[in-house]
Design a protein around this ligand. Structure first.
Ligand code: SF4
Length: 369
């Protein structure tokens, strides 16, 4: 007999938002959640910045943000935009002149914090320029730069303060009849970030860029980002995302996709299911997993690979994946598409798994799956 349960508890529906476009990438309105990152090079160093953008694009990054701290960087960003393989967003603080120059140079989007741009008159000029160029903007609200009068009201950085600040700026953009924007509300702690985004999402249908700001190193930042973005994305909140890590930007992209994959929201590259190992294991499973992972990082198509240490859960998991192995004493049973293909010796497991992964992804590419 099937147990009865409240089905609404099983629902993960995305919130409906308006659609905007940044270059060729759609954000909101049901479009796939776009993964973005930020270059960590000196923007003035054209070649280094373009090289990093190319590498980011290869790793699946769909939008790239570039810091524009001064006039030279503003000049460089036009050249970067012309040669970049993905849409370029100019990241600007404190100077409306830099924002205007970036817009003039043809960037696909400008990210500003309206609270630090020097007043309404200057903000108005940026909005006018974005409007006439037809580009989108991001209204970025960070806990560190909420306006003083709002902070005074709340007494301390608070989700309500982030929301109040965002609301104020959104209302101003609307009063200028500019609606082509997305919004981010970020704090460096998970709870404030989640609460602020929830408040915004309940009140507005503008697309949201989600992320936990200054999340940390690759380990702590990944945990923090997964916790924060995991909650929001599970609740259907978020149209584009950036994982902020003190690490190479390609890692941010990798973690971003892993979060989306784990929630079944995007599928890109291999998803590896691996056993945590225990006293039953009779092969060097850690080494096998490490080698398999290394050998298939170049694959950008989705494929589920299970690497299991024994016959307890091994055959079940391996049969459910696209490719899998269930190991025994010095051997591995190789599975592909749910069927046992072969029994191989321990030293042949990695090669055999990789061959099957490549074969299946090649076939899928041919079939356009
Ligand atoms: Fe242990 Fe087998 Fe589970 Fe791996 S799959 S953790 S070896 S029981």
């Amino acid at each position: 007999m099937v147990e009865e349960y409240p089905v609404q508890l099983l629902k993960m529906a995305r919130r409906k938002t308006r659609k905007i476009t940044v270059g060729s990438v759609e954000i909101g309105g049901g479009a796939p959640i776009a993964v973005q990152s930020m270059t960590k090079t000196d923007t003035k160093n054209l070649e280094a910045t373009l090289e990093q953008i190319a590498s980011l694009a290869r790793s699946g990054c769909e939008l790239v943000r570039v810091a524009v701290p001064d006039a030279e960087a503003a000049d460089a960003i036009g050249k970067i935009k012309k040669r970049a393989p993905i849409p370029v967003i100019a990241d600007i603080h404190f100077s409306h002149d830099l924002a205007l120059r970036a817009i003039e140079s043809g960037v696909d989007c400008v990210r500003i914090n309206p609270g630090n741009i020097g007043g309404r008159a200057k903000l108005k000029r940026i909005i006018e320029a974005a409007k006439s160029s037809g580009i989108a903007m991001r209204i970025g609200i960070n806990s560190g730069s909420v306006e003083k009068d709002i902070l005074k009201k709340f007494g301390k950085p608070h989700a309500g303060a982030l929301f109040a600040s965002a609301k104020r700026h959104v209302r101003y953009f609307e009063s200028q009849e500019f609606f082509n924007f997305k919004v981010s509300l970020k704090a460096s702690d998970v709870t404030t970030t989640v609460q602020a985004n929830r408040l915004f999402s309940a009140a507005f249908d503008y697309p949201l860029h989600v992320g936990v700001t200054e999340a940390g190193t690759i380990f702590s930042g990944t945990v923090k980002s997964s916790a924060g973005m995991g909650i929001l994305l599970y609740e259907g909140i978020g149209d584009t995302m950036r994982v902020s890590l003190t690490a190479p930007p390609e890692e941010e992209v990798r973690v971003g996709y892993e979060i989306l994959k784990s929630l079944g929201l995007r599928r890109r590259g291999p998803e590896i299911i691996s056993c945590p190992t225990c006293g039953r294991v009779e092969v060097d499973i850690e080494k096998i997993i490490e080698d398999v992972e290394k050998c298939i990082t170049h694959i950008d198509q989705y494929v589920k690979v299970a690497v299991m240490g024994c016959v307890v859960n091994g055959p079940g998991e391996a049969a459910e994946a696209d490719v899998g192995v269930a190991c025994g004493k010095g051997i591995g049973l190789i599975f592909a598409r749910g069927e046992i293909m072969k029994r191989v010796r321990e030293e042949e497991i990695v090669r055999e798994l990789v061959t099957w992964v490549e074969r299946i992804t090649r076939e899928r590419k041919r079939e356009g799956v």
